[in-house]
Design a protein around this ligand. Structure first.
Ligand code: UD2
Length: 363
């Protein structure tokens, strides 16, 4: 697969111009759509100090204390549902549990009613982080609109949009308890660098800001659309997603970084799964640890004049070999229709949007 074809190697179509939204809006207009703009200024190497625009900052409703909230007693109400059957596993066609007892999330393996009740009682706020640097802002409208329909329905959500073009972030009507926060960050000439620098920015903002505002972070690619429910069943201390191109592959086929000179190196006799760079997350603390370690490894590689084969995705995969995720999402959570519709895939929750790499990258 050629790197410029994209990770899933799919056919990428031309993204219609009608999706280009160059909207020079006023702050007033933004708030009328229930938006919270947080546009930070300047850049310290890559990311800005977030304390500059305090008047908007205070508009974010924060959970009272998301560390202590976990200690609150959760008591379920009376609920009527089909009982689980010990001798009849809900799915027999796929692995539902890793050898380190992390559940693998497939349609049919969980009860969203129970999970929703538990997370509602904890009043959890989820941060969805997405980068739309340079021309990738064109993907935001569909991304946000579909997220409003399918992502964490009924829960509190902060969308954190990292962009170098804040004025081009489209306005989308938001449901109650949901906010958009625009974080202005710098861009880079190479798309590989943009993709990798996400680790640095995520670790910086986790420490500076997210830790005070949300319990969990979900970190995803922007050239995607939600196509079915993605809810609290995904949440756990540390979660990764099975890459749609490799979920059935043998270890030898995983596209881990194989050069020992790189910090992302994974020996051929190690590794459980091949995880996608485009969907991972966990508690703010765990995402901070992951992104900080990956960013530092990327910087060591840079100093040594080497770049991992799949940029930060390679570093993420190395991290997961030695820090096992506590939950794993099936490819339902990151699918590309160019890969067909296998029988095991009961839902396609988050789908790659066709894109023409040549027209979109480095633009
Ligand atoms: C794959 C991975 C992606 C990352 C990348 C590294 C999946 C589904 N995707 O995606 O997570 O590991 O390979 O090579 O596994 N971006 C911008 N502006 C740019 C370029 C990138 O905002 O100019 C952001 C944007 O959020 C985009 C993401 O970086 O979704 C990943 O870049 P990509 O979508 O071009 O990479 P792709 O599809 O090969």
């Amino acid at each position: 697969m050629h790197k410029d074809q994209g990770k899933t190697g799919g056919v990428k179509g031309y993204f219609p111009k009608s999706h280009l939204h160059v909207l020079g809006c006023t702050t007033l207009l933004c708030f009328s759509f229930g938006y919270i703009w947080y546009v930070s200024s300047g850049t310290s190497s890559k990311v800005s100090d977030t304390t500059s625009n305090t008047q908007d900052f205070h508009k974010i409703k924060r959970p009272s204390n998301h560390i202590l909230e976990d200690l609150l007693q959760i008591e379920l109400p009376r609920m009527i549902y089909t009982k689980p059957q010990i001798l009849k596993p809900s799915r027999s066609d796929v692995l539902m549990m890793t050898p380190w007892f992390a559940p693998i999330v497939w349609e049919g393996t969980y009860n969203s009613e129970i999970l929703n009740e538990e997370f509602r009682q904890r009043n959890v706020t989820v941060g969805l982080t997405v980068f739309a640097i340079k021309k990738y802002v064109v993907f935001l409208k569909t991304f946000l609109e579909t997220a409003e329909t399918y992502f964490m329905v009924g829960h509190r959500v902060n969308y954190y949009i990292f962009t170098d073009r804040p004025e081009e972030v489209p306005k989308v009507a938001l449901k109650e308890g949901r906010n958009v926060v625009v974080l202005q960050v710098q861009n880079y000439p190479r798309w590989q660098e943009i993709s990798m620098r996400r680790m640095e920015m995520l670790s910086y903002f986790s420490q500076q800001r997210f830790v005070n505002e949300v319990s969990y972070l979900v970190c995803v690619d922007v050239d995607m659309k939600f196509n079915d429910q993605v809810g609290v069943e995904i949440l756990s201390d540390l979660f990764g997603t099975l890459h749609p191109g490799f979920y059935a592959a043998e270890r030898r086929s995983f596209t881990y970084e194989r050069r020992p000179a790189s910090q992302a190196y994974v020996p051929r006799d190690e590794g459980d799964f091949y995880y996608a760079g485009g969907f991972f997350g966990g508690t703010v603390m765990e995402v901070y640890k992951l992104t900080k370690q990956c960013h530092e490894a990327i910087m060591v590689d840079k100093a040594n004049g080497i770049e991992a084969i799949w940029q930060e995705e390679s570093h993420l995969n190395k991290y997961f070999v030695y820090h096992k995720p506590t939950k794993i999402l099936s490819p339902e959570y990151l699918w590309d229709d160019n890969l067909g519709r296998p029988e095991i895939l009961k839902k396609r929750r988050f789908l790659a949007v066709r894109k023409n790499h040549a027209a979109i990258r480095n633009k």
